[in-house]
Design a protein around this ligand. Structure first.
Ligand code: PRP
Length: 182
């Protein structure tokens, strides 16, 4: 969650990842997921809010039978960094026991959100647990949480669009852009 907004913000004119690049990458990820799951039913767990567009496209791209549930997590911190304090604002509605769970995230940054979610989910005894993120910011990682499927990797920079926000804004952009001034 962004708690402050810096004046003089500017979005990059050119997208970092265009809508077409995102769509193509999702197609490849879906093919990889289909190969790995061999037709076993997947329970996608989308982490709200940021993953809402990604999961909507991913679930339509996979051919494997898939059911879906949502969690809403919020991390607190400064404008650009998580404090590691993760709050579950909305828990799952389904039991994940003996299900093949695939967590779907928009971005993994420090990894603290995922680490906390992963241990919560493992306690509920799924048949398997994998993680898929659209964006991986490996350089910011302070945990060794395993990420199984990665859309794009970036080193640094604050990005918005395609679900990702700055103070709740820009989630609806069809592509991903860099914010200057953060
Ligand atoms: C973002 C993102 C991840 C988390 C990643 O969520 O969606 O869940 O931060 O950061 P981390 O790896 O450093 O823990 P945010 O709390 O901004 O909520 P949102 O999804 O509603 O935008």
């Amino acid at each position: 969650m962004i708690t402050s907004i810096t004046p003089n913000l500017k979005l990059s004119k050119e997208p970092l990842f265009s809508a077409q690049e995102i769509a193509e990458r999702i197609k490849s990820l879906a093919a990889q997921i289909d190969r790995d799951y061999h037709g076993q039913e997947i329970l996608m767990i989308a982490v709200l809010k940021g993953s809402f567009l990604f999961v909507a496209d991913l679930i339509r791209a996979v051919r494997t039978p898939t059911i879906i549930d949502f969690v809403r997590l919020a991390s607190y911190g400064s404008a650009t960094q998580s404090s590691g304090i993760i709050e579950v604002r909305k828990d799952l509605e389904m039991s994940i026991k003996d299900k093949h769970v695939l967590v779907v995230e928009d971005i993994v940054d420090s990894g603290l959100t995922l680490e906390s979610l992963r241990s919560m989910l493992l306690n509920r005894k799924p048949a398997s647990l994998k993680i898929c993120t659209l964006i991986n910011k490996q350089s910011q990682r302070i945990t060794d949480v395993p990420v199984d499927y990665i859309g794009f990797s970036i080193d640094d920079g604050f990005i918005v669009g395609y679900g990702l926000d700055l103070d709740e804004r820009y989630r609806g952009l069809p592509d991903i852009r860099i914010v200057a001034g953060v």
